[in-house]
Write a protein that binds this ligand. Structure first.
Ligand code: 6PG
Length: 638
C-alpha cells in the first residue's frame, strides 16, 4: 500500500489537509503528535523546544507504525519531519511506498495563523525554532499553503498524479547497451524514460520506436526532446548516460545542466576515462549535482540479462540508486548482485579500465595459443575448439567459451575464423591501463604486450612485406599430445600472471588515490556478468580476502600452481619463438614472473649507466637505502 506523509512546520495545515487527503484516498488519517510520549507533550505545553533525544522514541514508534499501515490499507500521516534525519528514520518502507507532501509558506503568514489558534498546546514562539530546524526536502511534492484549502488539495492531487506517472530513472542513448539496460531495468520493475537524440536522416524517432516495440511487455516513455525527457523523471532525478565515452559525455552533461536541480544525479555508464570521471564529479558537485562514473561490463547480452556493474563516485548517490543497479546486475554464486560501490571519484571507471586491460591480456593469450595451434601445428578450427573445450572444463572462462563458439562457426561450410582479417581494433581502455601504470610507476607487462600486439596487427601490409623480405620464419610441425598439455599449463600460468598484474595496478591506484578499494569485492563482482568471468576469478575472491596487501603471486595456492607451471610456460615460449611464432603475452608473462621472482635484477647496471653519463647517483648494497652516491667514472677531458 502507500503512506502519504504531510510535513512542514507547525501551523502550516498538516492536519486539515491530511484529513482531506485521507478522505480522498479512503485511508485512515493519523497525527504524529498523538504518538508523542507524555513527557514530550508536557515539554511542548511549557513551550520548551524538543531535543533530538526526546524525538528518538517518538520517531521509532512512528516508523514502526508506518510499516504497519503500509502492510494494511495505507495511511495519511501528518508529521512535521523537519530534519532530513527524522525523515530518514520514518522511511522504514521502500522509497516508492511513501509520498512526501511538504506544505510551506512564509514565516509571517504561519505566525499569524498560529496566533489565532485556540486550544492547541503549541506555543507560537516555538515557530521560529521550527523554521531554523527545517531542512527543506529535495524531493516530494511541495505546495505553498498561502491559498484556499480546496486549491491546496487540488494542487496536491495534480502533482501526485503527475508524480505517479514519472519515471524512476531516465536513460540517455539507445545504442545496443542502452537499449538492453533499459529493458533490463523495466523487467525488474523500475520505470524508465528513454531519450535518444534526433539526427536528421540518421537517428529519427529512435526512443519513440523503442517504446512502441516493447509496448506489449513494458511501459517506456520515449523522447527526443530533452526538456520533456527531464520533466518526465521523478525528483530528484536519476539519469543514466549510455553515450559514447569522450566529448559526447561532456556535451550531454552541458545540455542537461540548465534543466537539472540540486541533488539530481547523473550516472555515466560508458567506458569513460577515470580522470574525466573525477573531473566531471568535481565540476558537478560544485553545482549541487551528484555524479557517478560506473563501469558496466558484459556486452549486449550482459546488459540485458545482468551485467557486472562497477559504480564509483558519490556514495550518497549510490545509496539512492544502488537498489536499481543491484536489481539489474548479474548474480554471483551466492545469489548476491555483481554490483557494489567501488570507491570515490574515478574509482569505478578505473576498475572497469583494468577489467578491460585484463580482458585484452586474456583475449591475446587465447589468440596466441590458437595462432600457434592453427598455423604451426596446422590444427583445424574444430580441433582447436575441441581442445579448448577440454581446457574450459577447468578454466570456466567466458572468453574461452566464446572462442570455442567462434572456432565452430561456419559460413558456407567453411570456418568463419579463417575469413576474418587479422588486424585488431580497439577503443583504448587497454592502453589507458598502460598509461595509468606508467604514471604510477608500476609494471603492467602482459596488458601492455596485449595492447602492442593489437597495434602491430594493424600494420597488415607492412607485415606481409616483411614476411616476404625475411622469407617467413614460421615453421610447420605436428605437435604431440604432451605438448598440447604443456600449452594448457602455459596458458593457465600466463592467465594467472595477467590477473595478478591487473590486480596489482588496482591496488597501487587505490593506495595512491586513497580509494580504500576492496580487491576481493572487486573480484566478486567480476565472477559473473562481465567478460573476464572465470573459475579463477572465483578463486581470487577468496585469495584476495586473505592477502589483499601483497601480490596475488605470493599466495601459497598460486605459488603451488606456478612452481609446477613455470616450466611449461618457459618451454612453450621458447618453442614458439624457435618456430617463428610471436607470443607477446605468454612471453611477457614469463618475463614478468622471472623479474618478479629475481632477488637480483639487472638494474644495478642501469643505475651505473645513469650515473656515468648524467651523474644521477645510485644507492649501494653495502650502505643503507636512501643514501645516494656518485662516482666520477672517468675524468672529463677539457
Ligand atoms: C565489457 C567490454 C566492453 C567493450 C570494450 C571492448 O566489459 O563489456 O570490455 O566494455 O567490449 O570496450 O573494447 P575494445 O574495443 O577496446 O576491444
Amino acid at each position: 500500500m502507500h503512506v502519504y506523509i504531510v510535513m512542514g512546520v507547525s501551523g502550516v495545515g498538516k492536519t486539515t489537509i491530511g484529513k482531506l487527503l485521507a478522505e480522498r484516498f479512503c485511508v485512515p488519517f493519523f497525527d504524529a503528535d498523538d504518538f508523542h510520549p507524555l513527557r514530550n507533550v508536557e515539554k511542548m505545553k511549557k513551550g520548551i523546544p524538543l531535543e533530538d533525544e526526546d524525538r528518538k522514541i517518538w520517531l521509532q514508534t512512528l516508523s514502526e507504525k508506518i510499516q504497519e499501515w503500509n502492510m494494511k490499507r495505507g495511511a495519511v500521516l501528518a508529521c512535521s519531519a523537519l530534519k532530513e534525519k527524522y525523515r530518514e528514520q520514518l522511511q522504514s518502507i521502500p522509497k516508492n511506498d511513501i509520498s512526501w507532501i511538504f506544505l510551506h509558506s512564509e514565516y509571517e503568514i504561519i505566525l499569524e495563523r498560529l496566533s489565532s489558534r485556540k486550544n492547541h498546546y503549541f506555543k507560537p514562539e516555538l515557530l521560529e525554532s521550527q523554521y531554523t530546524t527545517l531542512q527543506i526536502p529535495q524531493y516530494g511534492i511541495h505546495v505553498n499553503v498561502n491559498t484556499s484549502i480546496e486549491n491546496i488539495v487540488k494542487q496536491i492531487m495534480q502533482k501526485l498524479d503527475k508524480e505517479s506517472r514519472k519515471s524512476k530513472i531516465g536513460l540517455m542513448g539507445l545504442g545496443v547497451m542502452g537499449k538492453s539496460l533499459a529493458v533490463n531495468l523495466a523487467s525488474k520493475g523500475v520505470t524508465v524514460s528513454v531519450y535518444n537524440r534526433h539526427v536528421e536522416n540518421l537517428e529519427v524517432d529512435i526512443a519513440r520506436k523503442f517504446a512502441e516495440k516493447h509496448r506489449e511487455n513494458y511501459h517506456f516513455s520515449g523522447f527526443d526532446d530533452l526538456k520533456l525527457f527531464v520533466e518526465s523523471l521523478e525528483s530528484p532525478r536519476n539519469i543514466l548516460l549510455m553515450v559514447n565515452a569522450g566529448k559526447a559525455v561532456d556535451l550531454v552533461i552541458e545540455s542537461l545542466l540548465p534543466m537539472l536541480q540540486k541533488n539530481d544525479l547523473i550516472i555515466d555508464g560508458g567506458n569513460s576515462h577515470y580522470k574525466d570521471t573525477a573531473r566531471r564529479e568535481k565540476f558537478l558537485k560544485e553545482k549541487g549535482i551528484l555524479f557517478m562514473g560506473t563501469g558496466v561490463s558484459g556486452g549486449e547480452e550482459g546488459a540485458l540479462k545482468g551485467p557486472s556493474i562497477m559504480p564509483g563516485g558519490s556514495s550518497e548517490a549510490y545509496e539512492r540508486v544502488g537498489d536499481f543497479l543491484e536489481r539489474i546486475a548479474a548474480k554471483d554464486k551466492q545469489g548476491n548482485p555483481c554490483c557494489a560501490y567501488v570507491g570515490p571519484d574515478g574509482a569505478g571507471h578505473f576498475v572497469k579500465m583494468v577489467h578491460n586491460g585484463i580482458e585484452y591480456g586474456e583475449m591475446q593469450l587465447i589468440a596466441e595459443v590458437y595462432h600457434f595451434l592453427r598455423f604451426h601445428a596446422q590444427s583445424t578450427p574444430e580441433e582447436i575448439a575441441t581442445l579448448f573445450e577440454l581446457w574450459n572444463a577447468e578454466m570456466q572462462s567466458y572468453l574461452l567459451e566464446i572462442s570455442i563458439d567462434i572456432l565452430r562457426t561456419k559460413e558456407n561450410g567453411e570456418s568463419l575464423i579463417d575469413k576474418i582479417l587479422d588486424a585488431a581494433k580497439q577503443k583504448g581502455t587497454g592502453g589507458w591501463s598502460t598509461n595509468a601504470a606508467l604514471e604510477l610507476g608500476v609494471p603492467l607487462d602482459t596488458i601492455t604486450a596485449a595492447v602492442m600486439a593489437r597495434n602491430i596487427s594493424g600494420k597488415k601490409e607492412e607485415r606481409i612485406a616483411a614476411e616476404e623480405h625475411y622469407n617467413s620464419l614460421a615453421s610447420k610441425n605436428d605437435i604431440s599430445e604432451a605438448f598440447s598439455e604443456e600449452l594448457f599449463e602455459a596458458y593457465k600460468a600466463a592467465s594467472i600472471i595477467n590477473h595478478a598484474i591487473g590486480f596489482d595496478l588496482i591496488k597501487e591506484a587505490g593506495k595512491e588515490y586513497d580509494w580504500n578499494l576492496n580487491l576481493s569485492e572487486i573480484a566478486r563482482i567480476w565472477t559473473n556478468g562481465c567478460i573476464i568471468r572465470s573459475a579463477f576469478m572465483e578463486d581470487l575472491v577468496e585469495l584476495l580476502k586473505e592477502s589483499s596487501e601483497g601480490n596475488v603471486l605470493m599466495h601459497p595456492k598460486i605459488s603451488e600452481v606456478l612452481e609446477e607451471d613455470w616450466k611449461p610456460l618457459s618451454g612453450t615460449v621458447g618453442r614458439a619463438l624457435e618456430n617463428g611464432y610471436p607470443v607477446p603475452v605468454l612471453s611477457s608473462a614469463a618475463n614478468y614472473f622471472l623479474s618478479f621472482t629475481s632477488g637480483q635484477s639487472s638494474a644495478n647496471m642501469i643505475q651505473a649507466q645513469r650515473d656515468y653519463f648524467g651523474a644521477h647517483t645510485y644507492e649501494r648494497t653495502d650502505k643503507p637505502r636512501g643514501k645516494f652516491f656518485h662516482t666520477q667514472w672517468k675524468p672529463i677531458k677539457e
